[in-house]
Design a protein around this ligand. Sequence first.
Ligand code: ADP
Ligand code: MG
Ligand code: MG
Length: 437
Amino acid sequence: MAAEAVPEEVLLNNDLIKELVEVAKDTALLHGLLLRTKESPYSSEVVSYIPFTLFPTPVPRDLFQQALQVQTLFNQLVDKISRDSCFLEEALAGPIKVDMFTARLFQIYRTVQQEACAQSIALCLNRSDYMLDLRPDRNATLKQIEINTIAASFGGLASRTPDVHRHILKVAGLPEHSKRVLDNNPAAGLASALAKAWELYGSVNCNSLILSFCDCNAKYDTEDKLESVSPSVEVCFCGSLCMQSWEVRLMMERSQAVKCPDIGTQLAGTKKVQQVLAQPGVLERFFPNEPEAVARIRATFAGLYTMDIGEEGDRTVAMALANPEKFVLKPQREGGGNNIYGEEICRVLQEKSERVAYILMDKVNPQPSRNYLLRHGSPVKLATCLSELGIFGAHIRQGTDVVWNQCAGHLLRTKSAEYADGGVAVGVAVLDNPFLV
Ligand code: ADP
Ligand code: MG
Ligand code: MG
């Protein structure tokens, strides 16, 4: 497998790279790949280009297809877990003892479970993230890093980056290469599902709104796409919250609104649930007569290990202490920058009572590739990079009927290999595109 999408003579030609960088920035601006700046996050007067790679990154076609094809199964799985209160209660019993954030979410889940179910329509917008694991004597395999049930970000921007990469490849004298950058339109897929849920709610008659809580940068993309897929949808954006956010969360959960994610779906996306799913027999519980579905989902799992108090957890700790560099220790958090690596793992594991807040995962070893990362205000230099492929999915259930289950597109993010962790939003990763090989 080639590590880079462009030949060495292009990658290392300084004059050409300088020219391509300028072309890339201008093309990004032309395509509306804009971001407000950190210095003026609320100003529409100051914008810059989104952070992105100069070149797309090679991804084997078969692994890319595998990730797309398994997405509807992950959508089903998330939906099934979100409704299985016994499973969630058992799976999260450890973390909710020591982790206040998960405990509070779970408290809301319990509260609304005990009340009459307010809404039978459930909408999930998911993103399953993968890295391609490379081991000696074996082809790369697709390994799931996590599944996000609360991450629709970059769906809009990702639909416009393919044109930028195609143009760069053409200017670099590689027009044939540009054909291997795929079209992508996650925003349309996600917005169509939102519009469908809104329609099922009966909104055409009762003037309902779609209320979106998001970062100010994300707002226009969603609004724009929603209006194009369903001109009658009205979208309302709130500037700030006035109540305590936990009270707001409980109020939303109790409301008649179709929530995305609802509280059960948010809990289904925790790292602890991911670890429990990897234990023998657990996927079979959700797909009792579908061994093929179980096999396809399980094939994407990396090694995941419990930190519960007991013999099994003790074995995990011993294993991690013996080879900390082979693992990632993960708390029940989202958004990048929370994981623990290397020697730091040993320090955390010495605190026995705290360990149940975490799960342990095999560290995935993707093949590094070289690329230039373009970010407003940062010097451009050749970097050794690692990439993570996200696949978007949308799922709607009404009562017991699944009315929507789709794969909605992809998102490739690339970061300099020196960072172990961190996404686009925290300024580590940048947007990229798969270059199928
Ligand atoms: P979050 O919900 O905070 O995004 P992730 O599980 O995605 O949590 O971890 C954050 C980042 O850490 C990932 O984007 C990836 O770069 C890195 N990472 C997470 N798990 C692994 C793993 N098993 N192997 C290698 N890198 C990992
Ligand atoms: Mg996450
Ligand atoms: Mg992540």
